[in-house]
Design a binder for this molecule. Structure first.
Ligand SMILES: Nc1ncnc2c1ncn2[C@@H]1O[C@H](COP(=O)(O)OP(=O)(O)OP(=O)(O)O)[C@@H](O)[C@H]1O
Length: 302
């Protein structure tokens, strides 16, 4: 059997919060990722994504559980250049140019032969002479990606790599990643953005409250939990200052039960519907963000 890129069992990590109570950031997580997979960790704030990524990179140790990255400890995998990361934070030197930055890190790795390749791979060739402080947020993030590519790692882990980028920069970043993934690299990324998981990841690991609540092919997550979405426009009388009147919605649900409805619009479920269904504390019918004033009967349709 091929050695998995990541093999983790029973991961648990708790932190002592400022009020003295324990916060369980990651709770009994099992995860196996095969070489070449592109996997998204998706979840709301505080779901445990960053803590999981930190453990995969050996930046923090689990309280209990085991992790192997290509059959070794995460720290050893990093040392061997088999895994590298693009983190949310982490400084670049403002006075260096893009190329000088890559060259400095390449020298540390003894891989100055890779400078031109990684500049091209991260689409930085045209701005190689630009000082870091003059680079946009998106360009700086692509530079961090270039640095991660210097040791030619088998696995790249990205923690919310597009936070703070505008839509154009995000699209350009992911196009860069897509080109790179086509060369067979394993890519694991944490994100808040459903669209990024939907468009880029073949597999989505949904986390909530430190646990994996679903782990499947992205298309299956959508199909399994989104179901089909039935959309219609409610009468103006059903809309109050706070949105749709819940009593009215309850009436609609009851009315749909005998299935005597006509002219309904049925569309494939979105990953957003799946996400809401899987992470909602108190599942209720969410408003369809694509069509303001319409209601998705996700709960009722299931
Ligand atoms: N060093 C720490 N000390 C105390 N609590 C922490 C620490 N790191 C994380 N936590 C807590 O652990 C939980 C999980 O945090 P984590 O950053 O892993 O989530 P996340 O899914 O990455 O969230 P976000 O999307 O907001 O970055 C949160 O409740 C967080 O407050």
């Amino acid at each position: 059997m091929t050695t998995p890129a990541i093999h983790a069992t029973g991961l648990r990590k708790a932190f002592r919060s400022s009020d003295g109570t324990d916060v369980v950031a990651v709770d009994d997580v099992d995860l196996t990722i095969a070489p070449g997979e592109i996997v998204a960790f998706l979840g709301p704030n505080g779901a445990g994504k960053t803590t999981t990524v930190d453990m995969l990179l050996g930046l923090t140790s689990p309280d209990t559980g085991t992790i192997e990255v290509y059959g070794t400890s995460p720290a050893e995998a990093v040392r061997l250049g088999r895994v590298s990361a693009v983190m949310q934070t982490g400084g670049l030197l403002n006075d260096f140019t893009v190329e000088e930055t890559v060259r400095a890190i390449a020298a540390l790795h003894g891989r100055t032969d890779r400078v031109r390749t990684v500049l091209d791979r991260a689409r930085l060739g045209d701005i190689a002479g630009r000082r870091v402080e003059a680079c946009s947020g998106g360009e700086q993030q692509r530079l961090k990606f270039a640095l991660a590519l210097v040791p030619d790692p088998d696995l790249v882990i990205l923690d919310e790599p597009t936070t703070g980028m505008d839509v154009g920069a995000r699209q350009e970043f992911w196009q860069t990643m897509r080109d790179d993934a086509a060369h067979g690299r394993t890519i694991v990324f944490a994100t808040h953005y459903l669209a990024e998981a939907d468009e880029f990841a073949e597999r989505t690991v949904l986390m909530n409250h430190g646990r994996i609540v679903h782990d499947a092919a992205t298309t299956d997550v959508r199909a399994a939990y989104g179901g089909r979405t039935v959309t219609f426009r409610p009468p103006a009388s059903a809309e109050g200052a706070d949105g749709i009147d819940p009593a009215w919605l309850a009436q609609v649900r009851r009315a749909l039960e005998p299935l005597g409805v006509t002219d309904v619009e049925v569309s494939a479920a979105s990953l957003e519907a799946a996400f809401l269904a899987l992470t909602a504390e108190n599942p209720e019918i969410p408003e369809n963000p694509d069509k303001p004033g319409t209601v998705d009967l996700i709960g009722a349709a299931r």
